[in-house]
Write a protein that binds this ligand. Structure first.
Ligand code: SAM
Length: 223
């Protein structure tokens, strides 16, 4: 992905009511951090311009929705678009964080999240970069800690190699695969699916989308 640098990104992020400057401030307090207390907090890791998380927040006002993105220029474009669409007032349950997935354990307390979404994560195709994939074992250990016992990790990708890698790592780590499909759109497995930016692009190209949901509750192999 080619990322266009945006000079005004730091200002846009600093001025936005949706962007939390330092997520660590709310560790253990996320449910109370919204205008009204949220029973469930859901996170998208690598939210890009935030279209998915913004739409989920609109559809589920009773839940708190947080998008984490590590590139300021990408997040700022998303924030600008939300502002331009005048969608701010009706999304009091939406937050964005600028940061890296590796920091999630410092941002969320154990069992604080109901759902973690990985949508079209970077595939890092070279074997020497496998540790950077967002379903590498170190990341799965972090998600297991910050998810509730009955929480769910959901993944969508167009990349079958990443999908196979993810299934294998999840199984090795003792996660329970609840549902999966290699043709999300054709299968009807997720009738209320919200398309992400990348998903729409890939679907238009006729690519099939892989999908899985997994639960961390198996007690085996915690590290
Ligand atoms: C291919 S884009 C997908 C964006 C969006 N989820 C979608 O489906 O349209 C992947 C995004 O994840 C972000 N990302 C990759 N690794 C990350 C990490 N370790 N922590 C936070 N964000 C990350 C990238 O900067 C990029 O914006």
């Amino acid at each position: 992905m080619r990322i266009r640098y945006m000079k005004e990104a730091p200002r846009i992020l600093a001025d936005s009511p949706w962007v939390i400057a330092d997520g660590r401030t709310y560790r253990g307090e996320w449910a109370r951090s919204f205008d009204s207390r949220m029973e469930e907090i859901c996170l998208e890791v690598g939210c890009g311009m935030g279209r998915f998380i913004g739409e989920m927040a609109a559809r589920h006002p009773e839940q708190g929705w947080i998008g984490l993105e590590r590139i300021g220029s990408v997040l700022a474009r998303g924030v600008k678009r939300l502002e331009a669409a005048g969608e701010g007032e009706d999304r009091p349950n939406l937050r964005f964080l600028l940061g890296d997935a590796a920091e999630l354990g410092e941002i969320f307390q154990e069992g604080e999240l109901s759902r973690v979404y990985l949508n079209f994560s970077d595939p890092w195709p070279k074997e020497r970069h496998a540790k950077r994939r967002l379903t590498a074992p170190t990341y799965l250990d972090i998600y297991r800690k910050i998810l509730k016992e009955d929480g769910i990790l959901q993944m969508k990708t167009d990349n079958e190699i990443l999908f196979d890698f993810s299934l294998a790592r999840l199984q090795e780590k003792g996660w329970q695969i609840l549902r999966q499909s290699r043709d999300l759109h054709g299968s009807g497995i997720l009738p209320d699916n919200v398309m992400t930016e990348y998903e729409e692009k890939f679907a238009k190209q006729g690519k099939q989308i892989c999908f899985l949901q997994a639960a961390p509750r198996s007690l085996a192999k915690d590290s």
